[in-house]
Design a protein around this ligand. Structure first.
Ligand SMILES: [Zn+2]
Ligand SMILES: [Zn+2]
Length: 321
């Protein structure tokens, strides 16, 4: 399987201001001072291999949306944040309007940052496309109707031409979706959210966002470690630092990078992907969080355990298992 990140931010999409881009250019030029680049390939090498990651790259600013590539003709997407628009454009380019596709969605919950991309999803406007929105919430359709109704939006939900169906999921009852087996778990978050374990061909991906974990509640903590057990990839809500979580932002419904490491160690998972980034963090801050998390993983790793790979999600990242 593969996971493709179309939107990695939490809470609200963010754009990179001109001052940040200028800062990146100035930093890149100072790194290049005194250097001569004989051809384009030399420039490419310098940018890709020599410049610090946050100077040459960006985490991006779209809100939650991840494509899971499994062995199926049908598409599988976790959440419909603003990253969905980019995914939809890519689908339009790939298939055009004349070749109907089936899009399966696993919805974590109905907060705006997780559904706001849907009104801008071109395949929803094309007759013949099938969209199946799987959700553990009792009445997801109302949230979709409300976000696409006057005076907030000019096109009503019922004006969409695709065949859109809402499919209920129940935690504890595995379901077959786009050729994969999907398990759901209830998470601690305002209004409830649900995490998913997606399994196919002996591989497993966890999608767990908008979920607060309280370490003092050992039984609940162990329940998530069991849900994450031996996962090849854990896409994890790491919006806050642990210090923020336990002091300022307790009960805000989000988790931290360090809790992600703890749970993955307990679960003997292989790869932790930090996700649902705080919109106030710039590229340098998020990169620093990643470096610190990698260092913490080394220090906290149980004796004799295999290393846990730690990465941070950015828009456009593809993780191939
Ligand atoms: Zn969110
Ligand atoms: Zn939320």
């Amino acid at each position: 399987m593969q996971a493709v990140i179309w939107g990695c931010r939490g809470s609200i999409p963010v754009a990179t201001p001109a001052t940040t881009i200028q800062h990146k250019i100035k930093t890149a030029l100072s790194h290049a001072r005194g250097r001569h680049f004989s051809d384009q390939a030399a420039i490419d090498r310098f940018v890709e291999d020599e410049l610090p990651w946050p100077v040459a790259n960006s985490f991006g600013g779209n809100s939650s949306c991840v494509q899971i590539v499994a062995d199926s003709e049908e598409y599988l997407i976790c959440d419909l944040g603003s990253g969905l628009r980019e995914f939809g454009m890519a689908m339009l380019q790939q298939h055009g309007p004349g070749k109907p596709q089936t899009y399966n969605v696993l919805l974590s919950h109905l907060h705006w940052d997780h559904i706001m991309g849907f009104p801008f999803f071109p395949p929803a406007f094309i007759p013949g496309n099938r969209i199946r929105i799987h959700s553990c919430h009792p009445d997801p359709v109302e949230a979709f109707w409300r976000q696409q109704s006057a005076p907030c939006f000019p096109v009503d939900f019922d004006a969409l031409s695709a065949d859109i169906e809402f499919v209920p999921l129940v935690p504890g009852e595995p379901a077959e979706v786009a050729g994969a087996t999907v398990h759901a778990i209830l998470q601690y978050h305002e209004g409830d959210s649900f995490g998913y374990r997606i399994e196919q061909g002996g591989q497993s991906i966890i999608y767990s966002t908008d979920s607060e974990h309280k370490q003092e509640n050992a039984r609940e903590f162990q329940k998530f470690a069991d849900f994450f057990a031996q996962a090849d990839l854990v896409i994890f809500d790491a919006q806050y630092s642990l210090a923020e979580m336990v002091s300022l932002k307790e009960d805000w419904g989000h988790s931290s990078n360090l809790i992600g490491v703890e749970l993955c160690h307990m679960a003997k998972a292989k790869h932790l992907l930090l996700y649902h980034h705080e919109p106030a963090y710039d590229d340098e801050t998020l990169y620093k969080v990643l470096r610190e998390t990698i260092r913490y993983e080394e220090l906290a790793r149980p004796e004799g355990a295999d290393p846990l790979q730690v990465s941070s999600a950015y828009d456009g990242l593809q993780v191939v298992l």
